[in-house]
Ligand binder design. Structure first.
Ligand SMILES: Cc1cc2nc3c(=O)[nH]c(=O)nc-3n(C[C@H](O)[C@H](O)[C@H](O)COP(=O)(O)OP(=O)(O)OC[C@H]3O[C@@H](n4cnc5c(N)ncnc54)[C@H](O)[C@@H]3O)c2cc1C
Ligand SMILES: Cc1cc2nc3c(=O)[nH]c(=O)nc-3n(C[C@H](O)[C@H](O)[C@H](O)COP(=O)(O)O)c2cc1C
Length: 570
């Protein structure tokens, strides 16, 4: 396997003041690299401090409920207490804490030159383990030939070193693993990649990209798109953790590094699909924090939401513990009532909750870990004056609403404060030039595509083609008037809407890709970039297969390497 230069040939807007690309060895500015190293250390220290605090909490709960170490409560606390505190301090001890490997366990395979990747990998394996997913952490040079072909699920944590090179431990990887599995030999393998790098180098995350391309050629199945980490960026690491949370199957895992939220105000909530056979989907508009500088973001960026428990759930917990919700406490550095504070905390399952009876209110708040964040594609631009979202209401089998979607779509009252932080999502930013844009998506994926269409309209770039799928034209035509106006006004040169429950020749958006193969090839020949947003299950894989059929597998891989095939799928 080679390690191609992954630098995108599609210019992507660089943030103002971004450093020029260079190699530190080429007479780099020492102060700059010291600053970068200091920033990364701060992330690790923050994680360590959080872990240490939660470790104490875990110990406290251990006294209270020693018999249920494997349960979900233990997951949140043991995870924080054991794994987070360990980062940067006790790698060896943590490795011992992981039980012996089991056949069928998820492998966390790392390639690290200076140790950061190894620490994140250990952290990752421990998080999975605590969430009940058996995991084993191995360095690349510990993976014997043929192991990948037998393994159901692998998470790779890989850094890039030198000038776009693999770390030493992975140098022999291509030779050994290519020999073990020819093209298409890993069809059964599900994988995710966390690529560590630094954008000030010319070949950003080159080894991660090379590994990703190799796995795609083996027809392994991506669990989610590669997560790129620029110089230890805590937002990208939180995004990785969001994926781990999903792999853990619903166990809440407190964030390694809690986002610093600002309070936005819920200004509008409108049901978009009354009568739909699908779950309710809402248009939400949030007004920026009062008195703060106007927030900035680009199309493609993500809103991290800090959810709150419903008032009914908080009342249940207070009742169970016989506590008064009006009791004043300190929570995350501010004064609050006990009810307000508990709304931000992970609720322990029944036996643990009962065991907390008699614990002082302040100690309770200090002990319980904070709720994790959830991510939503931003559907508007700063010029709109509001941050808009398109949120589908999740409902669990037992009737409970999803944690964050329930908060946003039902529990939060109009005008309520919504804890929110914007995460730059460079991998899904608009092309910086006026090349044609093919936008493909389904369901709430219209959120991200809508922000892109707004940006293209504002820039006067009208060579845009939207292919969008939902269930019924009658009930699920999200933002139909706006799309129709863009079509009529020429912002959309083409628009193909596909409804799966309406009958007709085409059922899904991937069918539309195949049906318009000739036109799609022409657009790509004209330099078009393809942006996909929406559900990973069903849509993203189906669209990827259809694109590979229409354009050819190698051509699609090349588009990915050139930054002309980008996805924001979940
Ligand atoms: C980059 C990104 C962008 C997203 N954009 C949108 C959007 O625009 N609109 C929208 O409605 N949703 C979006 N989502 C999904 C959203 O973040 C939540 O996963 C969803 O709302 C369910 O969360 P919940 O807290 O309501 O439900 P939960 O209480 O978390 O329950 C839902 C179930 O899904 C699982 N789960 C939680 N998080 C994830 C995840 N990230 N992936 C897969 N399964 C998960 C849980 O384990 C649980 O079993 C996006 C996700 C990502 C990663
Ligand atoms: C000598 C050196 C060379 C590097 N070369 C690259 C590079 O070519 N591309 C890149 O994205 N990052 C590069 N990096 C940044 C590292 O990938 C990044 O700091 C990563 O977090 C290191 O993880 P590790 O400690 O697991 O090796 C380089 C770092 C060093 C010290």
């Amino acid at each position: 396997m080679t390690t191609p230069d992954s630098a995108s040939s599609l210019p992507i807007d660089a943030p103002a003041g971004a450093p020029p690309r260079r190699h530190p060895a080429d007479g780099a500015d020492g102060a700059d690299s010291t600053r970068r190293a200091a920033r990364r250390l701060r992330v690790l220290r923050a994680a360590t401090a959080l872990g240490a605090a939660a470790g104490l909490a875990g110990i406290a709960l251990g006294f209270l409920a020693p018999s249920r170490a494997g349960m979900a409560a233990g997951v949140a606390l043991a995870y924080l207490g054991l794994s987070t505190a360990v980062i940067g301090r006790h790698r060896a001890r943590l490795a011992r804490a992981l039980p012996a490997p089991r056949e069928g366990a998820t492998l966390v395979i790392y390639a690290s030159q200076s140790g950061f990747g190894g620490q994140v990998a250990q952290h990752t394996a421990q998080a999975l383990q605590d969430a009940g997913v058996p995991a084993q952490c191995l360095s690349f040079d510990q993976v014997e030939a043929g192991r990948l072909a037998r393994c159901p699920q692998v998470l790779f944590v890989v850094s890039t070193t030198g000038e776009g090179d693999a770390p030493d431990s992975a140098a022999g990887f291509a030779r050994r693993l290519s020999a073990a599995a020819g093209a298409g030999g890993l069809r059964e393998l599900r994988y995710g990649i966390l690529a560590l790098g630094d954008r000030s180098y010319a070949s950003f995350c080159a080894f991660g990209h090379a590994l990703s391309a190799w796995l795609q050629r083996q027809h392994a199945q991506a669990l989610f798109d590669m997560v790129e980490v620029d110089n230890g960026d805590s937002g990208a690491l939180r995004h990785w953790q969001n994926h781990l949370s999903a792999l853990g199957g619903g166990v809440e895992i407190a964030d390694w590094d809690k986002p610093r939220y600002a309070d936005w105000q819920l200004a509008e909530r409108r049901l978009l699909n009354a009568g739909s056979p699908g779950a309710p989907a809402f248009h939400l508009a949030l007004a920026p924090p009062a008195g703060a500088p106007a927030p900035g973001w680009q199309a493609g960026d993500i809103a991290e939401i800090g959810p709150r428990l419903s008032p009914a759930e908080v009342a249940r917990v207070l009742g169970k513990l016989r506590l008064d919700g009006a009791t004043p406490v300190r929570c995350d550095g501010v004064d609050a009532t006990l009810a307000q504070a508990l709304a931000t905390r992970i609720v322990l399952p029944e036996p643990h909750l009962a065991a907390l009876a008699g614990v002082a209110p302040q100690r309770l708040v200090d002990t319980l870990p904070p709720l994790p964040h959830r991510e939503y594609s931003i559907a508007s631009l700063p010029a709109d004056g509001r941050l808009e979202l398109l949120v589908r209401q999740t409902r669990h089998d037992d009737g409970r609403l999803g944690l964050a979607s329930g908060w946003l779509t039902e529990h939060a009252a109009p005008g309520a404060a919504i804890a929110l932080r914007i995460r730059a999502n460079r991998g899904f930013h608009p092309p910086a030039d006026d090349r044609p844009l093919i936008l493909i998506g389904n369901g709430t994926g219209l959120a991200g595509l809508r922000a892109h269409l707004k940006a293209r309209a504002a820039a006067g770039r009208h060579r845009n083609w939207l292919l969008f799928g939902e269930r019924t034209a009658q009930h699920d035509a999200f933002h139909h008037d706006e799309l129709a106006a863009w079509r009529a006004g020429g912002v959309l040169e083409r628009m193909d809407l596909v409804y799966s429950r309406d009958g007709g020749a085409l059922r899904y958006v991937q069918d539309a890709v195949r049906a318009h193969a000739g036109t799609l090839r022409e657009w790509v020949q004209d330099g078009a970039a393809i942006y996909v947003c929406g559900s990973l299950k069903g849509m993203a894989g189906g669209v990827s297969d259809a694109l590979a059929e229409v354009l050819g597998e190698e051509a699609l891989l090349r588009l990915g390497e050139e930054g002309r095939y980008r996805r924001d799928v979940y």
